[in-house]
Design a protein around this ligand. Structure first.
Ligand SMILES: NC(=O)c1ccc[n+]([C@@H]2O[C@H](COP(=O)([O-])OP(=O)(O)OC[C@H]3O[C@@H](n4cnc5c(N)ncnc54)[C@H](OP(=O)(O)O)[C@@H]3O)[C@@H](O)[C@H]2O)c1
Length: 341
């Protein structure tokens, strides 16, 4: 099969579009023909060796796959060749963890394409228990754009953020793939949403996702803008995928007793926490990694119902994966970038 293969960690130039061994399904597994594969910033970190250094080469990245089944291994029931499916963007890789619920509490939880080959290829092999029927009727590139960010958003916003009707939420990086999904999920739940962006074109992206207030943090301090928006009280919930560079201001923008959920670190991973403020202001700090299969199912149902829109900024042929990664690195991307094998 043709695949975008890496033989070492490094910049986007490390991709080689070449032949790779076609996967065969083992017991309980299916092989999916990849219709499209979304890119996440995680793929950039993985490519650079920043996620794990014990990746064996050659390796194929790619967590977000939509496509159709082409082969079924023994012990697979309920599926047929040709079924349109969505691959879970992360699942416990140790079968000994498969009974743990929610799945993201399993010690062996891993983003798809981390140690096993991912979807930057014509085919991917996955355990049948971690595929979902694609009932969206959407173009395949729209479907492939969403599973990872949807699973993340439902877990971070609905479960950990406890967002409901009337909750006031601040979402960082509102035009990022994951931030955009968080705005949409918060709006479905009935929240009032403020979002940050770093450029004028991204204001429109965050607005289109449903943000009630969009703050260009290059033009004004976002914590001040959020305090004005909430009459000085601060928001009930901060959903953060940026990390260190905005940590202190995030907590300034959070009300007494508010919930802070972090799931990302584009702006750095080491921050300083003022313990005195933590207990006086009674902030709840929560870390969020991926989500469970039920959370993904909930997000995919919203996608199928048209309540969630896939913000596909660009698609690239798989052979141009390096260019696609450079585009994401440039920070110009608004929403999602998707590869087509
Ligand atoms: N834990 C999980 O389950 C999970 C799931 C999904 C994503 N994530 C994490 O969330 C973060 C965002 O991922 P994504 O795929 O949504 O990213 P993305 O689509 O590439 O967007 C990242 C955006 O972050 C903003 N940003 C702020 N400071 C930045 C900096 N110093 N360098 C680069 N960008 C910066 C930029 O937007 P502006 O121009 O508007 O500032 C940029 O476009 C990553 O750390 C990722 O690993 C974690």
């Amino acid at each position: 099969m043709k695949a975008a293969v890496i033989h070492q960690f490094g910049p986007p130039d490390v991709f080689r579009y070449e032949d790779a061994k076609e996967p065969q399904p083992g017991s309980g597994e299916v092989v999916v023909r990849v219709g499209a594969c979304g890119i996440n910033r995680y793929d950039l970190y993985l490519r650079m060796g920043a996620v794990s250094t014990d990746i064996s080469f050659p390796h194929i990245l790619g967590a977000d796959v939509a496509g159709s089944i082409v082969a079924l291994g023994p012990e697979v029931g309920g599926w047929q060749e040709g079924d349109r499916v969505i691959v879970a963007p992360g699942y416990p890789i140790d079968p000994g963890d498969w009974d743990i619920r929610p799945e993201n509490m399993a010690p062996s939880l891993e983003v798809t394409g981390t140690h096993s080959w991912g979807g930057n290829a014509e085919f991917i092999r996955v355990p049948a228990r971690f595929i979902f029927r694609d009932e969206t009727r959407l173009p395949v590139e729209q479907v492939a754009a969403m599973p990872l960010v949807l699973m993340t958003a439902v877990h971070a916003v609905a479960t950990l953020g406890e967002v409901k009707e009337g909750t006031r939420v601040l979402v960082q990086a509102g035009a990022s793939g994951s931030g955009n999904a968080c705005i949409q999920v918060a709006k479905i739940l009935g929240a009032k949403v403020a979002a940050t962006v770093g450029s004028l074109p991204k204001v429109e992206t965050a607005r289109a996702a449903g943000a009630d207030l969009v703050i260009n943090y290059k033009e004004q301090n976002f914590a001040g803008a959020v305090l004005d928006w909430t009459d000085g009280a601060g928001v009930d919930v901060v959903i953060d995928n940026v990390g260190a560079s905005v940590f202190e201001d995030n907590l300034k923008a959070l009300r007494v007793g508010g919930i802070f959920v972090n799931f990302g670190l584009v702006g750095g991973m080491r921050a300083t926490l003022n313990i005195r403020d933590l207990f006086f202001r009674q902030h709840q700090l929560r870390g969020s990694f991926m989500g469970g299969m039920e959370e993904l199912r909930r997000g995919l149902a919203w996608l199928a119902e048209g309540k969630i829109k896939a913000p596909v900024d660009r698609t690239y042929p798989l052979k141009d994966v390096a260019e696609a990664h450079r585009y994401i690195e440039s920070r110009a991307v608004r929403g999602k970038v998707v590869l087509i094998p």
